[in-house]
Write a protein that binds this ligand. Sequence first.
Ligand SMILES: Cc1ncc(COP(=O)(O)O)c(C=O)c1O
Length: 429
Amino acid sequence: MTGAEASTLVERDRRCVWHPFTQRGMGGEPLPVVSALGSTLRLEDGREVLDGISSWWCNTLGHGHPELLKAAREQMERLDHVMFASFTHEPAVALAEELIEAAPPGYGKVFFADNGSTACEVAIKMAVQLFSNRGAERRTRVVALEDSYHGDTFGAMAAGERGVFSAPFDEMLFRVERVPAHGGAAGQKRMREICSRGDVAAFIFEPLVQGAGGMKMHSIEALDGYLSIAREFGVVTIADEVMTGFGRLGPLFASSLLKHTPEILCLSKGLTGGTMPLAVTLVRDALFDEFISPDHSRTFFHGHTYTAHPVACAVARRALVLTAQSSCVAERARIEQRHREFAQELQREGELSDVRVCGTILAFNRKSRSGSGYLSSAAKGVTQFFLERGVLLRPLGDVLYVLPPYCTSDGELEKIYGTIREFVRATTR
Ligand SMILES: Cc1ncc(COP(=O)(O)O)c(C=O)c1O
């Protein structure tokens, strides 16, 4: 069949598109989406799907938000794009100012990129080059949490837990030391041992919730313990708030709950309300200052064509205002409250374990009948079960979670919960 003969969008897609995280050999077709509004995706055949996971955890403010559309349209008409080395523009500068104001105290400079992996990659490179610029002590070791995920580019992948995603590349990835996210005396002891070797440049972590690792939740105390040890040994600390940022856990930034503010903060996803690709890496002035020099070789040589895209920056400025508004804070609190009520109900189900809520995220573990793990066919079946009932949920192995846009109404949440009830009844009794 030629492209001209292929009639449906899915047929045309099959001919020419390679989808992310998708194994064509296992069957299954992508769903053709024609439009989206609020928490609802509308498919080509007219069906509606409730987006229970904010479309890869990014759509915080709902699809088709009129104010974000307006910001994009107005900026596009004024300045669409310009290279960001040797040039600057109002949307980027204003966004940097506003992010520094909104973030936990201490950040002074904003480095722009366009996806979460790169925000983390940039942070790690900055930390390592900082020690290179100092000259005296070369430090190249990175410490990360067990089960962490920081993205799919090489550096971000190296920092993340090894597994099926990284297996073909494992020999090529730099070595990373790992500590358990729950901390504890053993974790603290290990952190101290690692840091005392003197070669650790950076400690990177997802604050309070490890997303791709299975919506695992850990305590502020555990992190503060690690951060205080890292600081003692001069290790640069990096909070990866790509998923947790912009109110996902309640406060604008999860790291604002920490006693020790991390030196670097990585943000993406909800930065534009989940509408446009943009990412930032926030650093302290003290770190930035160590790159300033008449020596060209101390430059941070990193950048991308679409760095600080003016339209994405303009949208992000508006998204930040909307996310910080008290009405949005109240929406997040409402979702958390509904999640907590439903969690109490789920806790009574014997086949489910570790029912947990953090901000707008509800997650629980289940024993699947036909095998477990990220790649199990059971996981695909679960997604299908929900899609057939008009709900988008995608399990992470045995973990099922709800992570909705903040505009999701009580009625829409009830539809998601009701489908989960039906699913639990159908699969565990
Ligand atoms: C915590 C965390 N860091 C980094 C990333 C990578 O972001 P991106 O997919 O935009 O590269 C993700 C993506 O899910 C994430 O959850």
